[in-house]
Ligand binder design. Structure first.
Ligand code: ATP
Ligand code: MG
Length: 445
């Protein structure tokens, strides 16, 4: 296992002062898998004040010092060095309720969540793996350190972390761990919403449909808006799956972008409320996109999602039934109204929605390819598609004698529509002429 030079230097500095020190946790898991670690966490027998002393020549980040973590800004970036510790529950925050420093690495590893995350390594001390993490990794298994029920009761976030690790690393969750995850899911209600949201984001980026379906009750615990979709039959020849199973397939199929993954998860949560059965026994879901959007808004607010992500996901949900025909003129109008990025995301969502019906027929649709190709063409034309591309501005209209306000805005919108539809060239003179005519036709505005 090769550690970067700046990490080796930190380990040497600690060992040189007489303190055992290791790289620990996710970085060891990643290195054993041949993946590039995102960052390297170190742990040591040195107390925080001792760590501060040893690295006194470096800038230090001390926000975690109460819990034993000193951040050292090295030439390779920030390295978090944490004193071996035991800890209490995480009930309400990102930090444990209490910590107690301990002299030995084995006790520190025992507080960690999964065996694959409970390994430490240093070149001079070798691999420390008291719970068989390396063997589990080789066998492709995810297992808690110790009794799963106890570990998920201490910190229910581990349930979501476990699903995320299983998804991201293709691990099979061993039966006792999987069972305890499902049984103890109500513990998620007591967690800080931000922790749940962050973990759900990471899970959504990695999860496949099979994992989402198997652990659907856990998702519905974290996002109660999903609950009524579990097993909800659609009574439609177009849908072989119940609403949640369909949802899981859509999540899996959209690109790995957070607004899209969230929109996919929530796009049909309004279906149960919109459901009607006609005289032929067929299900209909009129108006479900609007209901889904309202429920999505609630869910994402409750989870304290950042506003930009929430707004984009809700917009995609509300528009997921929008007709996007492969017609250049109509597409230009849609881009003008919603923006190019949103339209691309909508197409991706609709493609996945269409492909996730489970009927095995008609699951690809040439219209999506055509619309996508046209979007590309429109992009390459650098055509005028928004007010900022228009060859006249509000200032020009003020100079024509428009008063600031509604009439001016309406005129700009109208000019834009005509340019987008190809009825006017995007040239200053013709636009100013059109603006004068508009003023004469609507003197009352
Ligand atoms: P990644 O950073 O790739 O998401 P990671 O395993 O490094 O994965 P971190 O959240 O950075 O995850 O945590 C570092 C280590 O701290 C973990 O590997 C694990 O040993 C331990 N850990 C983190 N969160 C918990 C928790 N809630 N319960 C128990 N141990 C945890
Ligand atoms: Mg990490």
């Amino acid at each position: 296992m090769t550690l970067p030079v700046y990490i080796l230097r930190c380990l040497d500095a600690l060992e040189g002062a007489g303190f055992p020190a290791y790289a620990v946790g996710g970085c060891i898991r990643d290195l054993l898998l041949g993946r590039q670690p995102q960052d390297y966490d170190l742990c040591t027998a040195a107390r925080p004040e001792e760590v501060r002393q040893i690295f006194s020549g470096y800038p230090q980040v001390l926000s975690g010092v109460k819990h034993g973590t000193v951040g050292v800004v090295t030439e390779g970036g920030l390295v978090e060095i944490t004193t071996f510790r035991r800890e209490g529950g995480y009930q309400d925050s990102r930090r444990p309720d209490w910590v107690e420093f301990v002299p030995h690495i084995a006790e520190d590893l025992a507080r960690r969540d999964f065996t694959v995350n409970a390994m430490a390594y240093s070149p001079r001390r070798g691999l420390c793996d008291p719970f068989g993490g390396q063997a589990d990794l080789q066998a492709g298994l995810l297992r808690t350190v110790g009794d799963p029920a106890a570990r998920f009761t201490e910190d229910a976030l581990r349930i979501l972390r476990g699903l995320r690790f299983a998804a991201a690393y293709g691990l099979t969750i061993v039966p006792e761990t999987a069972q305890a995850m499902l049984t103890l899911r109500a513990g998620l209600d007591a967690l800080a919403r931000e922790r749940v949201f962050d973990e759900l984001c990471r899970l959504l980026l990695w999860a496949d449909a099979a994992l989402l379906c198997r652990f659907a009750p856990i998702l519905a615990q974290a996002v109660p808006e999903l609950r009524s979709t579990l097993g909800f039959l659609q009574h439609s020849p177009h849908h072989a799956y119940d609403v949640f199973t369909h949802t899981a397939h859509v999540v899996e199929s959209v690109p790995r972008e957070l607004p899209l993954r969230w929109a996919a998860l929530l796009h049909d949560v309004g279906k149960p409320a919109a459901f009607t059965l006609d005289e032929h026994g067929r299900g209909h879901f009129r108006g479900h996109a609007e209901i889904s959007a309202a429920l999505a808004e609630n869910a994402l607010r409750r989870l304290k999602a950042p506003a930009a992500l929430r707004e984009q996901a809700v917009l995609l949900v509300s528009l997921h039934m929008l007709d996007i025909p492969p017609d250049k003129k109509l597409l230009r109008r849609r881009i003008c109204r919603y923006g190019m990025d949103t339209l691309r995301q909508l197409l991706a969502l609709q493609r996945a929605d269409f492909g996730g019906k489970g009927t095995g027929r008609n699951e690809s649709h040439p219209e999506f390819d055509q619309a996508e190709a046209l979007l590309q063409e429109i992009q390459e034309e650098h055509a005028c598609l928004s007010l900022k591309d228009l060859a006249v501005s509000g200032h020009d209209l003020l100079a024509l004698g428009y008063a600031p306000g509604r009439a001016l805005g309406a005129c700009l919108e109208r000019l834009l529509t005509q340019v987008v539809d190809g009825e006017l060239p995007n040239e200053k003179e013709s636009l100013l002429d059109a603006a004068k005519r508009f003023q004469q036709e609507h003197p009352q505005m």
